[in-house]
Design a protein around this ligand. Structure first.
Ligand code: ADP
Ligand code: MG
Length: 396
């Protein structure tokens, strides 16, 4: 499927020119170290390609949700990790904008990289402040967006800067994300199986409705199954259910009746007394959750059934863990589904922040066709929404 935007492949960079690259290095940190560098690694091809053409690069990203300047959320661990991946030094700026940053940019030699500080240290970033966008745009000669995970937000670095800095084109990761995810839904290989879990039905209602039209089967797990059970008057004990979600689930069940899509719910569950690692645990033979217990994972029979459907697929999309996978006693359902997806010969795509984290924690991140770096962005794209950060780029 042809990508409708210009990319770095047809980008002319002026001699001695600088490229502003919006990247998504919003990665998990522990004790000042990056614990999952998938987002950084996936940007390396774009960065290498631009360096090879003699450009110097100004990289910008946000990290976490700081309220103003907060050293805990410095980009430094990410620029260090990027440097290790490239085998080259990456300069770390001490600010997002300002005279010192401009001096640092002026000192860059061809092929050198400067990482700006966390964009969210400036409140103008999320407000799409025009002055901030102008200042950032002044740091380079061309604009590249490779931050798929931030492209659903019309923030200054994603939407404002390219209004002032042209050409504005897509990096390799952005192109790959948009093409892969669009193809999945607009030109699906069949049978197309969707595995959907996670917390809330209402978060994913747009997705479910779209998948009911294009998928052959939807396999439901995670906390969202309890809204479906309540919609069928099945007792859910103390499981996580939001009242508003029950009505949404009821409508989905009705739509599924009228569709050719096979919507499946768990047939057995694992329950715990509380959302805790060392809580009392029991395997339920069925889906009725007794009072005083909460459903925290899908059971063996469910996993076996889901595995069979996944094995027969030509294309699989997985979003949302099957249970409370952060707690070891309730991670088995998610692990089994992750393994089935990883072992499948089909085209397999995984999207969503927690699903990506789960896959990485099982060491299976490289065993799927595509692991989307976008949480919200991948879901919005699949729902059919336009992403402001993509729309704003030059048309091909
Ligand atoms: P993603 O980020 O992949 O889209 P979500 O954010 O929708 O996924 O859901 C992930 C969260 O859902 C995890 O924090 C997980 O603990 C929680 N979750 C899944 N199943 C259950 C359950 N049965 N009870 C409570 N929480 C659950
Ligand atoms: Mg999530």
């Amino acid at each position: 499927m042809a990508f409708s935007k210009r990319t770095i492949d047809d980008l002319e960079i002026p001699e001695g020119g600088g490229v502003f690259v919006r990247v998504d290095f919003n990665v998990p940190l522990k004790d000042g170290e990056v614990t999952d560098d998938a987002r950084i690694r996936q940007t390396v091809p774009t960065i290498e390609a631009l360096r090879e053409r003699g450009a110097h690069l100004v990289l910008a990203s946000h990290l976490g949700r700081p309220d103003g300047r907060d050293p805990e959320t410095s980009m430094e661990p990410t620029s260090r990790r990027l440097g290790e991946l490239l085998g080259a030094h990456v300069h770390q700026a001490s600010e997002v904008i300002g005279p010192e940053v401009r001096r640092e940019v002026e000192r860059l030699e061809p092929g050198e990289i400067l990482m700006l500080e966390n964009l969210r240290w400036e409140s103008g970033e999320t407000d799409n402040d025009d002055e901030l966008a102008h200042e950032l745009a002044d740091l380079a000669d061309v604009y590249v967006n490779d931050a798929f995970g931030a492209s659903h937000r019309a923030h200054a670095s994603v939407y404002g800067v390219p209004q002032h800095l042209r050409p504005a084109v897509a990096g390799k990761l952005l192109e790959k994300e948009v093409t892969t995810l669009t193809e999945l839904i607009e030109d699906p290989q069949q049978p197309f199986v969707v595995v959907l879990g996670g917390a809330k039905v209402s978060d994913k209602i747009g997705l479910i409705e779209r998948f009911l039209e294009v998928a052959d089967a939807i396999l439901i797990g995670g906390a969202m199954c309890f809204s479906f059970f309540r919609a069928q008057d099945i007792p859910t004990g103390d499981s996580m259910v939001e009242e508003d979600d029950i009505e949404v689930a009821r409508r989905v069940l009705e739509k599924a009746e009228d569709s050719d899509c096979d919507l499946r719910l768990p047939v057995d569950l694992v329950a715990g007394r509380a959302f805790e690692e060392d809580t009392e645990r029991q395997e339920l033979d069925g889906v009725e959750v007794p009072d005083g217990w909460m459903g925290l994972d899908v059971g063996h029979r469910t996993v076996e059934g889901y595995r069979e459907v996944i094995e027969g697929a030509a294309q699989v999309f997985w979003n949302g863990p099957m249970g409370a996978f952060e707690l070891a006693p309730f991670a088995e359902g998610t692990r089994a589904v992750a393994e089935a997806v990883a072992e499948s010969e089909a085209k397999t795509v995984v999207g969503g922040g927690d699903s990506a984290a789960a896959l990485a924690s099982f060491g299976l991140a490289d065993s799927v066709t595509h692991l989307s770096t976008g949480g919200g962005a991948s879901l919005e794209l699949l729902e059919g929404k336009e992403l402001p950060g993509v729309e704003v780029l030059d048309d091909a």
